[in-house]
Write a new protein. Structure first.
Length: 447
């Protein structure tokens, strides 16, 4: 599998010939199907009124769809070149532009089931709102790139498996939180009351390291080794900010547990029983794309939703008896509501016609073969060698469009080049059944 550039260690300062062009709600990106807006939804937490205004924007200004990203954010596509002012007005009315100068850096993922299931883990959702307020109030934080990511984890290890830049995880006793930026071995312990402020301090530490290194790093992993962030130095900076912190002992199991965390904590499609007689619904949008009708139906169930970093949606707060009928309605609406769906672990980039670099309509090709290409390994369809939006880790099948057909990659096997259309379904099915033990997949995937 190709290594992400941000994952490689760097011996020299990273030099870029341009600034961060990551799209936002105010900085639109020109695509082949019109302009694209990326709206940050911290923690994926969205109220019904804001969700309906997003649907209005998609219908009035875009292509009538809402796309979910791998960071629990929303994208609107097919926007007109002159719609920026009207879009900004709609988003401001929805409360989604609290600080225009900071709107692209509000990248916060959090455990989607925090406080909703029966595991008894701490509810870290209040951290999301507090960190967002602190970010928007920090002049220094405005210097972060649109790619910088915060992960707030309730202890189940789901979002801390996403290679975020600043990770904050409940430590199990509801009194402490583990904080690290970059290397998990360089972690510190802080009180839960100080956790969001400590996360902001870690981000500001990164910005100082970037300036000291003379680099244009956008992510913590891009810092040169001699400027890597250390737990000891982070603890000192926290102390200077009035936050008591203790350097945590390195956890030798962290590296191995990170690979299994995703499936251990990712919400499976279906009903999630809650601790108080209520229930939540967990559904997936095929290829992360919803019609505004589907979106409005989700928003109208309880007037709130949580978007997941796995292009899913959690609807919290239903009475237990209402969960099954509501889930059936969502299945009829075309959403994935069962773990055995052929769309359970299938992702794709935009592809044609939306992306000028794409060599194939990957979404249409995926729809054409997925029922005949089921298997335990996840699969990602890429329209070109850039592999936009691909999963983390090595345990997935990689289909890359080329002028001669699709190249098929799976770790442990030689790539198969230029697979023709009539052979695509059986070749993909075979690849998805590659030995999962060799890929160190969690039990839930091996089954």
């Amino acid at each position: 599998m190709p290594q992400s550039p941000s994952a490689a260690s760097r011996d020299e300062p990273l030099i870029r010939d341009r600034g961060d062009a990551c799209p936002g709600a105010l900085r639109l990106h020109a695509a082949d199907d019109g302009f694209l807006a990326r709206v940050r939804i911290p923690g994926g937490m969205l109220g019904g009124a804001a969700a309906r205004l997003l649907a209005d924007a998609a219908d009035r200004l875009g292509d009538g769809h809402v796309d979910l990203t791998s960071r629990g954010n929303v994208q609107l596509r097919g926007l007109g070149e002159s719609c920026g002012g009207e879009l900004a007005e709609l988003l401001a009315r929805a409360g989604l532009l609290p600080a225009p100068a900071h709107e692209r850096i509000r990248n916060i993922v959090s455990s989607p089931l925090a406080g909703l299931d029966r595991l008894g883990l701490p509810d870290v959702s209040p951290w999301v709102a507090e960190l967002d307020v602190l970010l928007c109030a920090s002049d220094a934080a405005a210097g972060l790139s649109g790619r910088f990511l915060f992960a707030l984890d309730d202890g189940r290890g789901d979002v801390t498996s996403l290679a975020a830049d600043v990770n904050l995880a409940a430590d199990g006793d509801a009194e402490r939180a583990l904080l690290w930026a970059g290397d998990r071995a360089e972690a510190v312990l802080v009180s839960v009351q100080d956790a969001p402020r400590a996360a902001l301090t870690a981000a500001e530490y990164f910005l100082d390291a970037v300036r000291e290194a003379g680099t244009r790093a956008w992510r913590v992993a891009e810092l040169p080794p001699e400027h890597a962030l250390s737990g000891a130095r982070l603890a000192e900076r926290l102390a200077d900010a009035g936050v008591f912190a203790v350097v945590a002992a390195p956890d030798p199991s962290a590296a191995s547990s990170a690979g299994s965390a995703r499936s251990a904590g990712t919400p499976e499609p279906g009903i999630v029983p809650g601790p108080d007689g209520t229930a939540s619904l967990s559904v997936l949008a095929p290829l992360g794309r919803l019609t505004t009708a589907q979106w409005r139906r989700l928003a109208g169930l309880t007037d709130r939703v949580r978007l997941t970093p796995w292009r899913g949606i959690v609807v919290p707060g239903l009475p237990g008896r209402a969960a099954a009928p509501a889930l059936a309605e969502l299945a009829e609406a075309g959403l994935v509501t069962a773990p055995d769906s052929s769309w359970r672990s299938v992702t794709a980039c935009t592809g044609k016609p939306g992306c000028a670099k794409a060599l194939a309509d990957v979404r249409a090709d995926a729809r054409a073969v997925m029922e005949r290409a089921r298997g335990p390994l996840p699969v990602h369809w890429s329209g070109c060698e850039r592999r936009c939006g691909h999963p983390r880790g090595s345990a997935w099948v990689d289909l890359v469009a080329t002028p001669a057909g699709y190249d098929l990659h799976v770790e442990g096997r030689a790539p198969r080049r230029g697979v023709p259309e009539h052979e695509l379904a059986p070749a993909l099915a075979d690849a998805r059944h590659a030995d999962p033990v060799r890929h160190n997949l969690p039990d839930s995937v091996q089954k």
